[in-house]
Write a protein that binds this ligand. Structure first.
Ligand SMILES: [Zn+2]
Length: 54
């Protein structure tokens, strides 16, 4: 798996390791808005949330 070089000042997306909800946080970790599970890159899947938005 390649390591993606992300800018520090951008938000980061997680896929919740508990309920599977995908959400964006500012910084390196945050709480899932659905179930409240505390996500960090070790326990939740990090998803690419570059500048591209639909
Ligand atoms: Zn969740």
């Amino acid at each position: 798996m390649d390591i993606i070089n992300m800018p520090d000042n951008s938000s980061q997306g997680f896929k919740c390791g508990k309920c599977g909800h995908m959400f964006t946080v500012k910084g390196k970790e945050g709480n899932c808005p659905v179930c409240g599970y505390h996500c960090n890159p070790h326990i939740c899947t990090v998803v690419d949330t570059s500048d591209e938005e639909y």
